[in-house]
Each structure stands twice: as structure tokens, then as C-alpha cells.
Design a protein around this ligand. Structure first.
Ligand SMILES: [Zn+2]
Length: 148
């Protein structure tokens, strides 16, 4: 590997114009470093690739509450009502049949997740007349307790 490529990789794959000027601004880079075209850099090529799309699934829940997806997100800022987290719950059956159907439960603390989920579930099971069969999460710590 030549010295230019080594520095290019070390600096995080900057473009050619930055590579031409970096020797004037960064100590330790040799003054005689000659910039060359970056057409063949594998790291730059991989950095420009878009990720693969998610493929549509042909498997959907066949009944309400047969499969519910849940995730807990931390809000970037505390809400006006001092909520710091939001628990999102999406019923797979309604996602397929009605294009969007979900719940957002706002929480003050992460430790309230189980209590809010339990309240929501009791309410939804009563309205639907059926029981939750499968809960799908990212297995975050808030969903890993024995009670969940
Ligand atoms: Zn590169």
C-alpha cells in the first residue's frame, strides 16, 4: 500500500481536494505526499453504496393481536408533560389490513414500560375480544424482565 493510500485510509477516506490540502493543516503528513485519483478505493466505493432495501413480507398475522411489534424509544427532548420515552406498539394484523394501526404510549421512566404495556394490553384485549398471542420486540432490556 502506497503512502497516499495509507493516509487516505487513516483519515477516514476524505475526497481528493481534502487530501491535496491536508498536508498544510495536519502535522505529521509528509509534505511530498502526492494526491492521486481515488477511483479504485474500495472503502470509498462501499461508503457510497445504499443499503439493501427491506423486502416486503408475504407473511402477516391472520387475526388481531396474533402478533404485536413493540419498541421503546428515548425521546430526544423531554416532552411538555415530562415524558422521556415512547413505547410504540403495532398490531401486525391491522398493519396488513388497514395499512397503519398502532399505539404510542408515552412514559416518564423506562421502568414504567411493563405497567403501561399491561394497562394497554388489558384495554385492547377487552376491545378486540381476543388475547395477545405473540409479542415481538428487539429484546431490549425493558422487555427482558421475567414479568414481561
Ligand atoms: Zn477511500
Amino acid at each position: 500500500m502506497d503512502e497516499f493510500t495509507l493516509w487516505h485510509n487513516h483519515l477516514g477516506h476524505p475526497g481528493i481536494s481534502i487530501m491535496k490540502n491536508c498536508k498544510h493543516h495536519i502535522k505529521g503528513i509528509p509534505a511530498e505526499l502526492i494526491a492521486k485519483p481515488l477511483n479504485s478505493c474500495q472503502g470509498c466505493a462501499q461508503g457510497k453504496l445504499a443499503s439493501d432495501p427491506f423486502h416486503a413480507s408475504d407473511k402477516w398475522a391472520s387475526a388481531p393481536l396474533a402478533l404485536v411489534h413493540g419498541d421503546l424509544l428515548e425521546l430526544p427532548n423531554e416532552s411538555y408533560c415530562q415524558h422521556c420515552y415512547v413505547l410504540t406498539l403495532l398490531d401486525d394484523y391491522y398493519l396488513y389490513n388497514y395499512s397503519s394501526f398502532g399505539f404510542c404510549l408515552y412514559l416518564h421512566n423506562k421502568s414504567n414500560t411493563l405497567a403501561r404495556f399491561t394497562d394497554w394490553l388489558a384495554n385492547v384485549e377487552q376491545q378486540c375480544g381476543c388475547m395477545l398471542k405473540t409479542f415481538h420486540s428487539n429484546r431490549g432490556g425493558e422487555f427482558m424482565g421475567n414479568e414481561f
